[in-house]
Design a binder for this molecule. Structure first.
Ligand code: GDP
Ligand code: MN
Length: 328
């Protein structure tokens, strides 16, 4: 009846007490975004939704990072959205820009001739390299066990009545995702080749229960399957591991962040495929989510009263790479 529905959805979440702001949480975790001052209002919208849907009960802190200092307007503007703590950081110089070995003329030529999305942007490439190799090593994240990556202008469609960080920790999960598209070929022309070279150099780092069959088809070709990393919940010990770090350094040496436009999504995903087993990776099917251009809306009846989206329009569940993941 509607009365029991009201009781079910109106009161406290079942079995998950509240965590007050400032009080020690069961998991050291935070909501983390790299973001620009100009994106204040897009970020406020995303925070408002995440607070209303989830974090007002859990009060996990936020960490915002920027290649430039945050303005006072930005700091106040985001703090107005939450009673949780917010930390603001700028980036270490070596984590943003060109490493010494990159041929900047070659990088410029690629930008001037690229026709793929964001192909002409230099800062976008700095961003992808930062999110691939440096975010998890930022000093403000040093005592975190998990992060949940957020972005401006995203939507959270559903109430989330449990703590995904606790869920991941209790179940030994390292990587959580909810949209898995196929990457644009022109942005990753040699990424698979560089990954194969890495695996030949370091076979000892690849466990036998890996998930490479998701990114490598029956003919040894790259499927270009990746998790869309604008939403990801990750045990940071995965990115801080020796094998992840070696993989990033190998890719960084190869130069594809600049000579192509390798994204942090395919980089993170190739690392998942090489280093993690299927049972260490979780599909957050119940977290309804939209990022400009794609969305995931849960289809299950238990989400019906908790989500505002139309499951018919949350098409990402049917993506080829999402289906392939579920089938491997
Ligand atoms: P897309 O999702 O691939 O289209 O890329 P976005 O433009 O959304 O960028 C991904 C994330 O990095 C977002 O949180 C942006 O706010 C952030 N970002 C992108 N470029 C920059 C930049 O130059 N400086 C800073 N501080 N943040 C950036
Ligand atoms: Mn984005």
């Amino acid at each position: 009846s509607s009365l029991s529905d009201n009781q079910r959805y109106g009161g406290q979440a079942d079995g998950q007490g509240e965590y007050s702001p400032g009080v020690q949480k069961p998991v050291k975790a935070a909501l983390v975004a790299l973001v620009r001052n100009e994106e204040l209002y897009g970020l406020r919208k995303a925070m408002r939704e995440l607070e209303d849907r989830w974090n007002h009960k859990y009060n996990y802190p936020y960490i915002f990072l920027n290649d430039k200092p945050f303005s006072e307007k930005f700091k106040q503007g985001v703090q107005d959205m939450t009673k949780a703590r917010i930390e603001f950081g700028t980036l270490e110089p070596e984590s943003w820009g060109y490493p010494a070995w990159i041929d900047q003329n070659k990088a410029r030529e690629e930008r001037e001739t690229a026709t793929y999305i964001k192909g002409r942007s230099e800062s976008y490439r700095f961003m992808c390299r930062f999110q691939s190799g440096f975010i998890h090593r930022h000093p403000l994240l040093s005592d975190l066990e998990f992060y949940w990556r957020i972005e401006p202008d995203v939507h959270y469609y559903c109430d989330i009545d449990y703590d995904p960080f606790v869920y991941m920790k209790q179940n030994g999960l390292k990587y959580g995702w909810n949209i898995a598209p196929t990457e644009y070929e022109p942005t990753v022309r040699t990424l698979w080749n560089a990954t194969e070279t890495f695996m030949q150099k370091h076979p000892e780092l690849i466990p036998s229960d890996n998930t490479l069959r998701w990114v490598r088809d029956g003919n040894g070709k790259y499927t270009k399957c990746h998790f869309w990393s604008n939403f990801e919940i990750v045990d940071l010990s995965f990115y801080r591991s020796k094998e992840y770090q070696l993989f990033f350094e190998h890719l960084d040496q190869a130069g594809g962040f600049f000579y192509e436009r390798w994204g942090d999504a395919p980089v993170h995903s190739l690392a998942v495929a090489m280093f993690l087993s299927k049972k260490q990776v979780h599909y957050f099917d119940d977290i309804g989510y939209y990022h400009p251009a794609m969305s995931h809306c849960p289809a299950g009846s238990k989400e019906r009263g908790k989500c505002v989206c139309d499951p018919q329009e949350g098409w990402a569940h049917g993506f080829q790479c999402a289906k392939l993941w579920r089938s491997i």
